[in-house]
Design a protein around this ligand. Structure first.
Ligand SMILES: [Zn+2]
Length: 161
């Protein structure tokens, strides 16, 4: 799995997940990758980090993490260089996550199956979200299915504390 920090012309930074460098190029060519905040497809790839940052922003209570497919990837503030900028990014990202939650269908633990069926054209493309294990997410990425971590604000579905 490749994790890239992507930068748009307005200096929004977010994290993109791809099965490989080739997947990244392929999805960029098809215009499938865009800034979650301004929709720009003019993305620069920042330094990549070979890491699996799965559900890092959500309480690690279960072996599954919230994920989404067919929706805009969540923003990820990567540096603490400018705190107010980061807060603005986080606010924008929380809003984006809420929009994904509203617009996507919660398929729960069927996420991996549903995402794969959509990818194979067995079901119509639609934004879905649900639960997947890191292993399932890896398998989807290897199939070329765009999957992204969805650190939904827990408050949108359940209470945090
Ligand atoms: Zn942007």
């Amino acid at each position: 799995m490749k994790v890239f920090d992507l930068h748009c012309p307005l200096d929004h930074v977010f994290e993109g997940w791809f099965g490989s460098e080739a997947d990244f190029c392929n999805q960029m060519e098809k215009g499938l990758v865009q800034c979650p905040m301004c929709g720009s497809q003019q993305l620069r790839k920042g330094l990549s980090a070979p890491r699996l940052n799965f559900g890092a922003q959500a309480p690690a209570r279960a072996s599954t993490a919230p994920v989404a497919a067919g929706a805009a990837p969540p923003a990820h503030a990567t540096s603490a260089e400018d705190r107010s900028k980061q807060q603005a990014l986080q606010a924008a990202w929380l809003q984006a996550s809420r929009e994904i939650a509203q617009k996507s269908e919660d398929v729960g633990e069927r996420f991996a199956d549903e995402a794969l069926r959509m990818h194979k054209g067995e079901e119509p493309q639609r934004p879905i979200r649900g639960q997947a294990t890191p292993r399932q997410a890896m398998e989807l990425l290897q199939e070329g299915v765009p999957v992204m971590p969805l650190a939904l604000p827990q408050g949108s579905k359940e209470t945090l504390q």
